[in-house]
Design a protein around this ligand. Structure first.
Ligand SMILES: [Fe+2]
Ligand SMILES: [Fe+2]
Length: 259
């Protein structure tokens, strides 16, 4: 997976956003509000994700895992830079990353905050304090890779990329976001391997995974049911939640954890 990363480099600053600037000026409601909500959510999610990750790099079990985790840390910063650039150049509000994130927060709701500001931050703090604690590492990878990336992230990218491609709008964003989604696939694959190994070595780790997921399910449910999104996307009610839960379930089957 590390070698994969070496071959997957792309530049967040080289993607052509000129058509996106023309498209954004003409995107009408209600898609405009949905896109703004999605972009703001991605921005805040990626900021949280890139600032709450060092603990896992420090909790590496060897240099091979450490090499891969260092590459993931760079990926997450890279993703945040792409969203920041998109907001600066296309949505065209001047300011720093910090002010983008502050603005994005206004769009976000309680369940999202519970997951990102609550669960992720506390799981990361614990891992930083106890890098050799297996339970802390399993809990962090469950929160970060299984819930954030493997349930919320894959669902957002599936439906948002589908919408952008079907309407043939924001081609630069779709290109960068597609590259980000490929990076995320590598991150989720790492954690699926790590958690599968952790559970097979210590079967009691299954309960750690299960407890974290069950605790976050109500917030996941609410995050994947944004008001009006299914109508705008033209999908059946509950389609986002169904997509996210089936992605999560597939990975839990590989890891060997039953909910
Ligand atoms: Fe990311
Ligand atoms: Fe990621």
């Amino acid at each position: 997976m590390y070698v994969d990363w070496e071959h997957a480099h792309w530049s967040a600053h080289d993607i052509d956003l000129s058509q996106d600037m023309r498209d954004w000026a003409s995107v009408a409601e209600p898609q405009r509000t949905l896109l703004l909500f999605a972009l703001a959510s991605l921005m805040v999610a990626e900021e949280r994700i890139s600032t709450q990750f060092c603990g896992l790099v420090l909790a590496q079990d060897g240099e091979e895992e450490g090499s891969f985790l260092s590459s993931q840390l760079v990926d997450e910063v890279h993703h945040m830079q792409f969203y920041a650039r998109f907001q600066s150049e296309v949505i065209a509000d001047p300011g720093t990353i910090g002010s983008h994130v502050a603005r994005a927060r206004e769009f976000l709701e309680a369940p999202f905050r519970e997951i990102f500001d609550g669960a992720l931050v506390s799981a990361h703090d614990r891992l930083v304090r106890e890098p050799r604690n297996r339970e802390a590492k399993v809990d962090f990878a469950t929160t970060y890779h299984m819930i954030l990336e493997g349930t919320l992230g894959v669902t957002t990218s599936h439906f948002l990329l589908g919408l952008l491609r079907a309407r043939a709008i924001l081609p630069g964003f779709a290109k960068g976001y597609g590259l980000i989604a490929a990076d995320e696939g590598r991150h989720i694959a790492y954690a699926t391997q790590f958690l599968g190994r952790a559970v097979s070595e210590q079967p009691e780790m299954a309960a750690v995974v299960r407890k974290r997921i069950q605790g976050l399910l109500p917030a996941v449910d609410a995050s994947l049911s944004p008001a009006g999104a299914e109508e705008i996307l033209g999908v059946k009610p509950g389609a986002l939640l169904e997509h996210g839960m089936s992605a999560l379930q597939r990975r839990l089957n590989v890891i060997g954890v039953e909910l």
